[in-house]
Design a binder for this molecule. Structure first.
Ligand code: NAP
Length: 485
């Protein structure tokens, strides 16, 4: 299957933090892949900006190295990289200084082109950048700004960030990235739910027993120890990525697939979340393995109380989901790298078969990574003459197999999201009120841990997390889907 690539309008994209890790690993290679695919116009310009003193020729070398290290496009012909690099410039700018801004203005002469500013810098600089863009007349009412996570570390800081951006930009100009929303399979959640008549009638408390969301990583905190230890799994993963998955799974059908229609429905889910009881949360910290240090050594704090694992049971008080538990878990140094959403349906309310047929349920699994796809567990008769014994078999669809080449190599989340910024489509970006609502729900949980002096449970590296996490479901007569299943 060949995907259609529709070129976006021509644009000027300024990447503040254009020399940073995110620019190098994701933004610049992503742009190049869109260039190779024919989506980035040949007269678009990309301008890197950071404090490092460098000229445009030096920046082009930097971009070339980044693309060679982190991957070009599969559709790229020889010579494409050289052509792409000609569209790059660099201007030394300090977000808190006054130098460089007039030069940047000279590079942005044509206000008819789409203008976007990517704030790929620490959040403490967002307000400075927003202010200077306006001060130097670089942004008009159609200019867009893109901001990265973390968007605050609690409700108060998120509100302050929103307020500092709102002084200079309208909400319709602000693109808050959660790269999970750019993942192909995450968008497929909406396609599966609202593009099929099959699932939606059964997507409620009447038919669903419970829903599990697992995002499991095999890596530890790596070189991010200092940063991670100040946030932990709750702030780093649950408040944003898992919350977004939960919203897409639980939300009501929006009237249209339009940014505010979708975001209104997501917001309603967050606002309907019940407060989480302390005994419905398990926190963990990974132990050392044969080849890697334990969490506390990795973050260089022998007394750290930050969690690298969290599992929780959540309730949603609305008509569709009242009484149905949502179990979420995420952790580092787990046995398998995988992300999956599982909808476990209720058992039949009456069986026409005798006891030996056993207890069977339908299970819908949506795999986000690796091997993106959907599996529906269906109950059939076990073959053979042994009477009516039932067995569950998977109806398994791997997107890579079903869609051929395109399904096997979907655009990276950043590629899609940057193109959405240029197209002016905010559907896959978080609105300010959504972020604040998510923090309003998260804050009491984290504050409760601090007030109680809660200490995370140790868990073995390369495992499924602390055993208490298994107990969380076992108490309800349920079990997590195996991490390696
Ligand atoms: P980084 O590697 O530390 O890069 C920071 C960038 O900001 C550098 O280009 C730096 O260049 C520039 N910078 C620092 N102070 C500046 C100033 N006063 N004025 C202008 N530029 C300044 O950080 P990063 O990993 O790229 O992360 C950037 C943002 O993305 C952060 O908000 C981070 O939380 C977020 N993020 C990153 C990742 C990731 O995978 N890296 C993932 C998700 C979110 P100079 O030193 O030359 O000024």
């Amino acid at each position: 299957m060949v995907s259609r690539v529709i070129p976006v309008d021509t644009f000027d994209l300024v990447i503040f933090g254009g020399t940073g890790d995110l620019a190098r690993r994701k933004i610049l290679p992503g742009l190049f892949r869109r260039y190779c695919a024919g989506q980035m116009p040949r007269d678009a310009r990309v301008i890197g900006a950071a404090r490092t003193d460098m000229d445009s020729a030096g920046y082009r070398d930097f971009v070339r190295d980044a693309i060679e290290e982190f991957g070009g496009g599969r559709d790229c012909e020889d010579g494409t990289l050289d052509a792409f690099l000609k569209q790059m410039d660099y201007i030394p700018i300090d977000a808190r200084g006054e130098n460089g801004w007039p030069e940047l203005a000279q590079h942005l002469p044509d206000s008819a082109r789409v203008r976007a500013f990517y704030f790929s810098v620490a959040p403490g600089l967002f307000g400075d950048l927003a202010e200077r863009l306006q001060l130097h007349g670089l942004a008009d009412s159609d200019s867009r700004i893109v901001v990265e996570k973390p968007f605050g570390r609690d409700l108060e800081t998120a509100k302050a960030l929103n307020a500092s951006l709102a002084e200079h930009f309208k909400e319709s100009q602000i693109y808050r990235i959660d790269h999970y929303l750019g993942k192909e399979t995450v968008q497929n959640l909406m396609a599966v739910r609202f593009g099929n008549t099959l699932f939606e009638p059964l997507w409620n408390a009447q038919y669903v027993d419970h829903i599990q969301i697992t995002v499991s990583e095999t890596v530890g905190v790596g070189g991010r120890g200092e940063y991670y230890d100040k946030s932990g799994a709750m702030r780093d993963m649950v408040q944003n990525h898992l919350m977004q998955l939960l919203c897409l799974i639980a939300m009501e059908p929006p009237a249209q697939f339009e940014p505010d229609a979708v975001r209104d429905e997501k917001l309603k889910v967050i606002r309907a979340l019940d407060p989480v009881e302390p005994h419905h949360i398990v926190r963990g910290q990974y132990d050392a393995s044969a080849d890697a240090p334990d969490y506390r050594s990795a973050v260089n704090d022998p007394r750290s109380k930050t969690e690298s694992f969290v599992a929780m049971k959540i309730g949603i008080s609305n008509w569709r989901w009242a009484g149905i538990p949502f179990y979420l878990r995420t952790g580092k140094r787990m046995s398998t790298r995988y992300s999956e959403i599982t909808v476990v349906y209720k058992a039949r309310n009456h069986s026409i078969f005798d006891e030996q047929a056993g207890d069977h349920r339908n299970v819908l699994s949506i795999r986000l990574q690796p091997d993106e796809g959907i599996t529906l567990g269906v109950t059939i008769k076990e073959p053979g003459p042994g009477g009516m014994r039932l067995v569950d078999v998977p109806l398994d669809m791997s997107f890579a197999e079903a869609l051929g080449e395109d399904g096997g190599d979907p655009p990276d989340a950043y590629e899609r999201l940057i193109m959405d910024v240029i197209r002016g489509n905010q559907t896959l970006f978080m609105r300010g009120d959504e972020v604040e609502a998510a923090w309003a729900w998260t804050d009491p949980i984290i504050n409760g841990w601090t007030a109680r002096g809660d200490v995370p449970k140790p868990y073995a590296s390369n495992s499924a997390g602390p055993t208490d996490s298994e107990q969380l479901l076992a108490r309800d007569g349920r079990a997590w889907r195996e991490v390696n299943s």
